[in-house]
Design a protein around this ligand. Structure first.
Ligand SMILES: [Zn+2]
Length: 81
C-alpha cells in the first residue's frame, strides 16, 4: 500500500512511496527522509520532525473507479512529518 509523507504544517507532500521497487532505496523512515530533504519543509519552511503516533493516519485503499476530483483523497497511508 502507498505511504505518503506530508508536512504537518502545510500538508505539502514530501515523499510518496507508491510501490515496492519504485526505487532502489525502499521506504525511508521519517528521520531518513528529513536527512534527505533537509530539516525544513521545502514549501512552507517549517522545521520537520519525526511524526507523533497520533499524526499517522491509515485509511483503506479504494479501487480505481473514483472521479478525478477524488483522486487526491485516494491515499492509503499518510504520515505527517
Ligand atoms: Zn510545509
Amino acid at each position: 500500500m502507498p505511504v505518503i509523507y506530508r508536512c504537518g504544517s502545510c500538508n505539502h507532500v514530501l515523499y510518496e512511496f507508491l510501490r515496492v521497487g519504485q526505487d532502489s532505496y525502499g521506504l525511508p523512515t521519517p528521520s531518513e527522509l528529513i536527512a534527505k530533504l533537509g530539516s525544513n519543509c521545502p514549501h512552507c519552511g517549517k522545521k520537520l520532525k519525526t511524526p507523533a503516533l497520533e499524526s499517522i493516519k491509515i485509511s483503506p485503499h479504494r479501487p480505481r473507479r473514483t472521479s478525478p476530483s477524488e483522486a487526491s483523497r485516494r491515499r492509503s497511508g499518510e504520515g505527517a512529518v
